[in-house]
Design a protein around this ligand. Structure first.
Ligand SMILES: *Cc1c(COP(=O)(O)O)cnc(C)c1O
Length: 387
């Protein structure tokens, strides 16, 4: 018998008394499905099925199906997934790897961890890697491009893949923010030699701690990766390559199997909220909005984040905070190349200018339409627009 979880106090659910809109509600990812999740946890733990058991395999199969690749490999987190993918693709010391500086430091760290030199480039008006900037950064040492599929939107992969073909480069997608997003009918994580996903709790598909996966349709890469994340061991225990310990916990995999089923609906909810922001803020000249959910027939964006550009950002943040609305500036407000202690020496004026204006509004599945409307109305109020 699965023990019945104690009833969650209704205050935790009801937001009627909760004033304002926090940027993210971490406990929501658990509390909303508490009963089902507790029974999953009890089942896995009662079987002692902790490391590389059926749930990891099952989740890998389901993820590969969703993404449209031949394989998926569960790993400990997306950062490891990127590092392992680069190493397995042969990236090594002395190589250069191009990435967009508007990303988490993890993208660059993964390149560095593979022994290579991370080369930051500019992003375009949609905040994603600028393909022309990527091509201009190619040198004889360049071996790979790592585009970040940022905010639930996919880069112009036609352009990036054609550059990669022309210059014989490997492509590893940082798809941490883009599970379920597509470009011309193809899913994030299915474009390059490999793609890496994150299941950090605040991501569209989040587990209860760290988790990640690599997707690939390259059989050879798959075989290297499935050993590399487990000390280089094959199924018999024979070790034919160096590896590390970077496994996706079986318990997290079980939780992810359950949550993956909800993903379609959750993405629709995110797109609905993005549509509301779009409708309510389109006439506000002081802000630049991300493309609306139906603006681009080539793309299906999942709105992992809703990143606007705002005039007078600091005052806006303060005003929204006085209305008890949480906002966030991605990456703490620094592009990766601005961390000079890491050895970056370049200037990227477009990215640096964007970083003075960009701001994340709350967008997640714990929100209600009323809350999104309240955020948008508060923003209109700040810029003195009627509402
Ligand atoms: C979250 C994130 C990562 C890191 O994922 P982890 O699973 O925490 O290692 C990497 N890149 C981007 C763009 C992210 O948003």
């Amino acid at each position: 018998m699965v023990p019945r979880p104690a009833d969650v106090s209704s205050e935790l659910f009801s937001r009627d008394h909760e004033v304002g809109v926090p940027f993210f509600r971490y406990s929501h990812v658990y509390i909303e499905h508490r009963k089902e999740l507790l029974s999953i946890i009890d089942d896995v733990c009662s079987r002692g099925a902790f490391i590389l058991q059926n749930e990891v395999q099952e989740f890998e199969n389901e993820l590969a199906t969703v993404v449209g690749t031949a394989h998926a490999v569960g790993v400990a987190n997306c950062t490891d997934g990127l590092t392992l993918s680069l190493k397995a693709s042969g990236i090594t010391i002395g190589d250069e790897v191009i990435f967009s500086s508007h990303t988490f430091v993890a993208t660059a760290a993964a390149i560095r961890n593979a022994g290579a030199t991370p080369v930051p480039v500019e992003c375009g008006p949609d905040h994603l890697m600028d393909a022309d900037a990527a091509e201009a950064a190619i040198t004889p040492r360049t071996r790979a491009i790592v585009p970040t599929q940022l905010n639930g939107r996919i880069c112009d992969m036609d352009a990036i893949l054609s550059i990669a073909r022309k210059h014989d480069l490997i492509v590893v997608e940082d798809a941490a923010q883009a599970l379920g997003a597509s470009f011309k009918g193809k899913q994030a994580g299915s474009f390059g030699n490999a793609g890496a996903f994150s299941f950090y709790p605040a991501k569209s598909l989040g587990c209860f701690g760290d988790g990640g996966a690599i997707t690939t349709s390259d059989q050879r890469l798959y075989e290297i990766l499935s050993r590399a994340r487990n000390h280089g061991r094959s199924e018999t225990g024979y070790v034919s390559q160096w590896g590390e310990n970077s496994r996706l916990d079986n318990l997290q995999a079980a939780i992810l199997i359950y949550k993956l089923e909800l993903l379609r609906d959750e993405i629709e909810k995110r797109r609905h909220f993005a549509g509301l922001y779009h409708e309510m803020l389109l006439d506000v000249e002081e802000v630049v909005l991300p493309p609306g959910p139906d603006d681009d027939s080539d793309r299906f964006d999942t709105y992992q984040n809703y990143e606007i550009e705002a005039t007078n950002r600091e005052a806006l943040v303060e005003f929204l905070s006085s209305r008890r609305i949480g906002t966030s500036v991605q990456w703490g407000g620094w592009a990766v190349h601005q961390f000079e202690e890491l050895g970056f020496k370049c200037r990227l004026p477009i990215t640096e200018d964007l970083f003075k204006r960009m701001l994340l509004l709350p967008l997640n599945t714990s929100l209600t339409s009323n809350e999104v409307t309240y955020v948008a109305a508060s923003l209109r109020e700040f810029y003195a627009y009627p509402h």
